[in-house]
Design a protein around this ligand. Sequence first.
Ligand SMILES: Cc1cc2nc3c(=O)[nH]c(=O)nc-3n(C[C@H](O)[C@H](O)[C@H](O)COP(=O)(O)OP(=O)(O)OC[C@H]3O[C@@H](n4cnc5c(N)ncnc54)[C@H](O)[C@@H]3O)c2cc1C
Length: 424
Amino acid sequence: MKIYKIAIVGAGPAGYFAAQALQNLATEEISFTIDMIERLPTPWGLVRSGVAPDHPKIKSVSKVFEKVATTDGFRLFANVEMGSDVTVEQLKERYDAVVIATGSAIGKKLGIPGEDLPGSISAARFVPWYNAHPDFKDEAINLNTEQAVVIGAGNVAMDVGRMLALEPSELDPTDTADHAISALKASAIRNVVISARRGAEDAAFTAPELRELPKLEHTNVIINRKDIDDAFARVGDSIEKETKSNLDAMALIADKEATSHDRTLTFQFLSTPIEIKGNGKVEEVIFKRTGSDKTFSIKCGLVITAIGYEAASLEGIPYEKGRVVNVDGYVADNLYVVGWAKRGPSGVIGTNKSDAADVMNLLISKLDQPKGKGDVTEIISHNKVVTQLHWQSINDAEIAAGEPLGKPRRKAVSREELLNLGAL
Ligand SMILES: Cc1cc2nc3c(=O)[nH]c(=O)nc-3n(C[C@H](O)[C@H](O)[C@H](O)COP(=O)(O)OP(=O)(O)OC[C@H]3O[C@@H](n4cnc5c(N)ncnc54)[C@H](O)[C@@H]3O)c2cc1C
């Protein structure tokens, strides 16, 4: 029996699915010991810090991750960062293969004047703020304004728009960070515009998420029927199935009987932001009607851009266009990459499963004799490593704290608080 030592860096969906694939591919001849390294004191990546708190069912995939983590041969090393606590070279020397699964967490920029004014922020900072990510708990978000603009045409833009426009007490039974629930309850925002550069036919929203919107009990959701009719006309008969179901979902919203709640979420299409203006802070966004020279402005005190993510570069790993340079997940030597770090920020949680399985098949095909010597424990110089047992204490404590409040969990926010719950 050959036993190979594999290090996986990043405890998000891609990392867990890679580990699961290795566990499934073990035979009587070969098996794997897996050490998973995660920079935060908590695992699960964007399932904890990205997925919207008002969509709790999506987070049930964490049960799969926990099954992987409690299978023999798997060890978690959370609160350990590659870059500062360990280097990729140190890992490559000790493991038969190293799998990078660090995601892509930096928000892409629009590159227009005024983007850096206070009041303009990326979804890559706003989303982890409401999801209790320790690094973003102190973000200054200007909610003291009646109108907000969200720029983007994907599900992240929709999540952000919905979080700003829903009645905040709807968040009470969710695992939204306490600080975010308080801030949103005090928010003056009543109108949120989600603005897409292209037409409705090109929007990257997905139909199931669109179909959730009319269920908001305290928010008017507005889509102009003409935008959808024009989109159908532009695509004509050769419409793809996915585009059709998206446009159908948008048409349902457009045709819904008007409501008169306090809060409104409006979709606008074919509008390119060209400048964010204001005296020391965001006061308006200037748009150009896409394909024409006509401009118009929306007054607002908050602009959130949700136009994609790129990976942070890590020393010793080749990067290009916001991703790790790779061929089908192979980087170089005994180094591999999976998930958003490999593909860029596309695909839902499940996309990472087949993708990671393909890369792990490739990894196995390239394995020679087991050579791994030593492991990450020789390198880490602090004593605050969150192991699976520590994480289970944190997890149990959060769930127990949420129970009397009717929440799935009450998230601890700071690193200190999390480590305390883990008795570290
Ligand atoms: C706001 C948002 C909402 C989403 N909502 C949904 C949804 O509702 N449904 C759905 O199916 N998909 C959703 N997705 C997509 C889904 O989250 C991704 O497909 C998935 O998380 C990508 O997995 P990953 O493992 O590649 O990256 P991530 O989930 O980002 O995980 C990467 C992990 O690596 C860690 N890491 C980073 N750098 C280091 C380092 N140097 N050392 C150690 N660890 C490190 C990070 O802390 C993180 O835990 C959403 C994405 C976003 C951004």
